[in-house]
Design a protein around this ligand. Structure first.
Ligand code: 48H
Ligand code: FE2
Length: 270
């Protein structure tokens, strides 16, 4: 062998499978109980994962698709450009290592693919694990009504879900769960359906109004019920705040805010 170490010859494909199984056993054992499960690897979820990892929390990001970046990957109408605001948003993007180009007062242009992978890389560097191809289909809870506490999520492979099969799920226990599922608002919809006693109504986002949309998405980033937090566009879906189009600063600032809220929550519950 010219390009790889000689002793590799001794290993067969079966040995490779055994190596994968051993590694998987270790990794899965680590991630079935975490501090925070973040659902959705879009800009808000990745920023939250990075900032929580930085604070020392054990974070798992569950993403339905194969890649990271969520809706941001599509830039504006699949054109490879996106916008972010000066101030906190630019600071987060710059800290992530993404190049940002000032265009005019307070406004920067980003390459959405670059920002997505830089945020993912920061999350991973800070210890978060990103698990692609899994869809969160339900919540683990204790109590009802005012006593309801979210304790984790149920997952399944995305292709199983798409095939329309009923296969029972797998458990992920977490002390905090984040709905960072963007326009889907997946966990909020599950919560509303499974717990009608909460009388949660998800009206969907309101029409385009850029600056109010950006302000409100950060403002309303919050804990919905004990243990369940909402960030990014699912905030707009829940509170009927305005959409903003292909400007992603609010997503980054919302992701950082939810990390701070979770840190406070753990401070109070531990
Ligand atoms: C696992 C899931 C599930 C599930 C969904 O859409 P995203 O990019 O979300 P945000 O909020 O971080 O960013 C929103 C932004 O991209 C956007 O669309 C904006 C700013 N729109 C403004 C406008 O006017 O339209 O990422 C969400 C991620 C995606 O990757 C989904 O695949 C994933 O969540 N996801 N993953 N289990 N049940 N549901
Ligand atoms: Fe969107």
């Amino acid at each position: 062998m010219k390009f790889f170490p000689q002793n590799l010859y001794e290993l067969s494909e079966g040995d490779l499978s055994k190596t994968l199984i051993d590694a998987l056993y270790k990794k899965l054992s680590e991630i079935v109980k975490v501090d925070v499960a973040i659902v959705g690897a879009g800009p808000s979820g990745l920023t939250a994962a990075w900032k929580l990892g930085e604070k020392g929390y054990k974070v798992l990001v569950l993403e339905r698709m194969l890649g990271v970046g969520g809706g941001m990957r599509g830039g504006s109408m699949l054109l490879p450009v996106g916008l972010i605001e000066d101030g906190e948003a630019a600071e987060i993007a710059r800290e992530a290592g993404a190049r940002i180009n000032k265009i005019r007062n307070g406004l920067f242009v980003v390459d959405p693919s670059e920002l997505a992978v830089r945020l993912a890389s920061k999350a991973i560097e800070n210890g978060a694990i990103i698990w692609p191809g899994v869809l969160v289909e339900d919540l683990i809870t204790r109590g009802r009504g005012e006593d309801l506490v979210v304790k984790g999520v149920l997952i399944n492979w995305t292709p199983i879900y798409e095939a329309g099969w009923h296969v029972d799920p797998f458990y992920i226990e977490a002390n905090a769960v984040v709905d960072a599922t963007g326009h889907d608002g997946s966990l909020l919809r599950v919560l509303a359906k499974r717990h009608p006693e909460l009388k949660i109504n998800i009206p969907g986002m309101s029409s385009q109004n850029v600056w109010i949309g950006e302000e409100m998405v950060v403002e309303k980033t919050s804990m919905v019920v004990k243990g369940l937090f909402v960030t990014g566009m699912s905030v707009a879906e829940l509170y009927n705040t305005n959409r903003m189009g292909a400007i992603f600063g609010g997503m980054l600032v919302s992701g950082r805010k939810v990390a701070d809220l979770i840190d406070d929550y753990f401070g109070k519950t531990r």
